[in-house]
Design a protein around this ligand. Structure first.
Ligand SMILES: Nc1ncnc2c1ncn2[C@@H]1O[C@H](COP(=O)(O)OP(=O)(O)OP(=O)(O)O)[C@@H](O)[C@H]1O
Ligand SMILES: [Mg+2]
Length: 389
């Protein structure tokens, strides 16, 4: 078996000597090159399959730019960012740019060896690893705004991160994601699940519907309602698993029916946006959903309460809701019927109708908050990172 190539880009000679020493004791890897200039490290890593260890402390801005570019031109390069001065903001920016790991200096031998070993063994694509994040919008009540949120959030996440983002419509009988984005899909979810064996991760995007010239791809609701009844929870699971290999984010507009397909999608989600509007029945509904999630053994942090169509002078206060449901409100989306309706009628996201409207700004901020949250969670869950946020 050939050895995994590792390059080190670090201006500090002592640091390079230490890392090279650590590297020499790891089986199956070899130092391919060492650099003191970001551009030279980029030139090498852009053309070669390797683990690129990049010290970002020297010129953070430039380093993050290089990581982002590298991540675009060579997906097989596995980037490990290292730094001696770290803020949460830097870590998030670096991970968002495409670094797989972030290690704070001084780096211990165990930290470094574990990281390199793990990356050298991991396959090139995101084969079900934790680099793909799944966000579901859910409510057991209809007409709350799940589709509006899933669509606008997906567009903003794709626009902001430029990462491949999938939007999956699981309203198998009455889906309307493709209508919200004025798309005419060539293939629907039935086609994709029934042909999954013939579609591998290199061509899955061809079977999906791209939204304009963006990195967002839609898996549309079934054209034939009858066929949709035949889709099984196992097929949904296989589809999501397959999508994880190609996409960095998957946003699922989950149906209101609580059946095996719904729970499969919810089980596989990193975050469930439990959506409600502010009124008494909605509060009761949130409680019911929370109880269900408890029975399903979902950790509390997986559930994010989102209040849609929020108005500042609501009779029921946010604090009343939080008290009643024993949970925090994660996000509030303002009520803006005109902009929302105009967007739906035109088949575009709200940002295309009115980029400065409160609701458009809100969705951009929401996309930023949720992706920051997911990146932070990823880092926290990663025992190799060696720092506390
Ligand atoms: N923040 C908002 N401000 C004003 N109107 C909104 C907002 N969010 C959604 N709406 C309106 O609420 C209606 C229902 O929205 P949407 O179709 O997204 O809900 P849903 O939960 O997906 O419904 P269903 O259960 O039927 O799938 C739409 O007419 C939409 O324009
Ligand atoms: Mg809907």
């Amino acid at each position: 078996m050939s050895e995994t190539k590792v390059i080190i880009m670090d201006r500090d000679e002592t640091s390079r000597v230490i890392l090279k020493d650590y590297l020499s004791e790891i089986e199956g890897v070899q130092l391919a090159a060492e650099f003191v200039e970001y551009d030279m490290a980029f030139d090498y890593a852009a053309k070669n399959e390797c683990i690129a260890v990049i010290d970002i402390s020297d010129n953070e801005l430039k380093a993050i730019e290089v990581i982002s570019e590298l991540n675009k031109v060579n997906k097989s390069a596995k980037i490990v960012a290292i730094s001696n001065k770290t803020s949460t903001e830097t870590i998030i920016k670096t991970m968002r740019a495409g670094a797989k790991e972030f290690i704070t200096k001084p780096i211990t031998k165990t930290q470094f060896s574990d990281t390199v070993r793990e990356l050298s063994n991991s396959p090139q694509t995101n084969s079900g690893d934790n680099s793909c994040k799944i966000i579901s919008t859910f409510s057991n009540k209809g007409g709350i705004g799940k589709t509006s949120i899933a669509v606008n959030l997906a567009v903003e996440i794709a626009e902001m991160t430029k990462e491949k983002t999938a939007l999956l419509d699981l309203n198998l009988q009455l889906g309307d994601v493709s209508t919200f984005l004025d798309l005419t899909p060539s293939f629907d979810v039935c086609y994709v699940v029934n042909n999954l064996a013939n579609i591998d991760n290199t061509n899955i995007t061809n079977a999906l519907t791209r939204y304009k010239n963006t990195s967002l791809y839609v898996i549309a609701d079934p054209i034939n309602i009858e066929q949709s009844k035949e889709i099984t929870a196992e097929q949904i699971k296989a589809l999501i698993f397959e999508l994880k290999k190609t996409f960095s984010y998957i946003i699922i507009d989950v149906g209101t029916n609580i059946d095996a397909k719904t729970t499969t999608a919810l089980d596989m989600s990193d975050v469930i946006l439990l959506t409600a509007i502010v009124n008494l029945p909605a509060v009761r509904n949130i409680q019911r959903c929370m109880n269900l999630f408890k029975k399903l053994n979902y950790p509390q942090e997986k559930i994010k309460l989102v209040l849609n169509r929020y108005m500042e002078n609501e009779e029921i206060k946010t604090s009343d809701i939080e008290e009643a449901v024993h949970g925090k409100v994660f996000w509030k989306i303002p009520n803006n019927y005109l902009t929302m309706m105009s967007a739906i009628n035109k088949g575009v996201p709200v940002s295309a109708v009115s980029p400065d409207a409160n609701i458009s700004v809100n969705f951009r901020d929401f996309a930023s908050k949720i992706t920051d949250y997911l990146i932070t969670q990823n880092i926290k869950n990663n025992s190799n990172s060696g720092f506390v946020l």
